[in-house]
Design a protein around this ligand. Structure first.
Ligand SMILES: *Cc1c(COP(=O)(O)O)cnc(C)c1O
Length: 393
């Protein structure tokens, strides 16, 4: 009999189980609502990136249905061959206006936008100066570029400046930060990083995945929030989180976008979005501009939930956004707490290594605009019970 050459994978999985890091996928039974059903249990959903509830907004659904009727379910090709529809161009024009930039290119995901952009804009003689907690897609793009990667400690502008200063003249330098850090919910020091990028002639890039639809006017991002228009050369956003659909985009100069049309590999070698996705994204921009109440409710719910967790004595780190970590230390403890909460009707995902540092395991709690006060109060009550049970508070 043939020996299974992948047998070592079972050992690795056994390892994960022993460390309490093995996760079964939770199955969503219906729509991704604020109060949803997972694994046939009705729970307050505190784990979704669908911040504004747009994933089930009637205007987005109708736009998707109409697009399917009119244009079918697939685009049939990559953008550069036969897969560019007028609606793809319309979405890019709308996003450029929304972001106050010359031009935008849409990718299949935020991951593809980051990886495709960083890997094509830099080459092997160049330098990438990157925050230690930047998203995995930035790290992968940096590796694919074959540039030298210099990592500075989280939000440490002085350390980033030191690195920029020590890079010899000649090669290109890219300074890159997340706008909102996805596991801690804190903000990148965008204005200070812009200043040192300007000082040393570096390209400035911000990944605004968790800021898209959450920070800035109508949710246009951290560059608007911090008043840094014109100082960030490359902005990445996602259409998969608060926008409620799927996709990522790069916003910048016409030359940058034209270059990415010709060189970004996910754009060149992977099929474009189906019509339903693109039409729903356009509808989402209409909703962001005409219904400001969603963002207002998100922030009101964020304040209520954060204040409640802190008042109970939980360590919520340095969050400045709806993403609220409840830091408990050991991964096994975070997972146990998450499971107990789930049994009581609250879904707050436990997160452990390698997504966060080994001793920083946490529950990642995120309110949505569509949670009721009753939902959130119930969640706080259950956090209190379970937190005491496992000895976190
Ligand atoms: C989620 C996320 C991405 C990836 O976006 P997708 O559209 O889900 O692929 C990129 N960067 C950051 C910081 C993220 O949190």
């Amino acid at each position: 009999m043939r020996v299974d050459p992948l047998a070592y994978l079972s050992d690795e999985l056994e390892n994960l189980k022993q460390q309490g890091l093995y996760r079964k996928l939770r199955i969503l039974d219906g729509e991704p609502l604020a109060h949803a059903s997972f694994d046939h249990r009705s729970v307050v959903n505190l784990s979704s990136n669908n911040y504004l509830g747009l994933a089930t907004h009637p205007k987005l659904k109708q736009a998707a249905l109409d697009a399917v009727e009119k244009f079918g379910v697939g685009s049939g090709a990559v953008r550069t061959i036969a897969g560019t529809m007028e609606m793809h161009m319309e979405l890019e024009r709308r996003l450029a206006a929304f972001k106050h930039v010359e031009s935008v290119v849409v990718f299949q995901s935020g991951f593809a936008a980051n990886a495709g952009t960083v890997s094509s804009v830099l080459g092997k003689d160049d330098f990438i100066v990157s925050d230690a907690l930047n998203h995995a897609s930035i790290i992968d793009g940096a590796r694919l570029s074959r540039a030298t990667i210099k990592v500075f400690p989280h939000k440490d502008v002085a350390a980033a400046r030191q690195i920029l200063r020590d890079i010899p003249a000649g090669p290109k330098k890219l300074l890159i930060t997340d706008g909102v850090f996805s596991m801690d919910g804190d903000l990148g020091p965008v204005p200070d990083l812009c200043r040192i990028a300007e000082e040393y002639g570096a390209i400035m890039m911000v990944d605004d995945a968790h800021a898209s639809g959450v920070f800035g006017k109508h949710g246009s991002g951290t560059v608007d929030h911090f008043g840094c228009h014109g100082r960030v050369d490359i902005q990445v956003g996602t259409l998969s989180k608060a926008i409620g659909v799927l996709g990522g985009y790069v916003a910048g100069s016409r030359a940058l976008i034209d270059f990415l049309y010709h060189r970004a590999r996910p754009f060149l070698f992977s099929t474009s979005h189906p019509p339903a996705v693109t039409a729903a994204c356009i509808a989402a921009l209409d909703v962001l501009e005409s219904e400001p109440e969603h963002i207002e409710r998100l922030w009101a719910n964020t304040r209520f939930l954060k204040d409640g967790l802190r008042a109970l004595g939980f360590n919520t780190g340095h969050s400045e956004s709806p993403i609220t970590p409840v830091i408990v230390g050991e991964a096994s403890r975070a997972m146990a707490m998450s499971d107990k909460l789930f049994a009581k009707g609250v879904f707050a995902q436990g997160i452990g290594f390698p997504t966060v540092a080994r001793d920083q395991a946490r529950l990642r709690v995120m309110p949505m605009a569509t949670h009721t006060r009753e939902d959130l109060q119930y969640a706080l009550d259950m956090f209190e019970q379970v937190g005491k049970e496992v000895g976190v508070i």
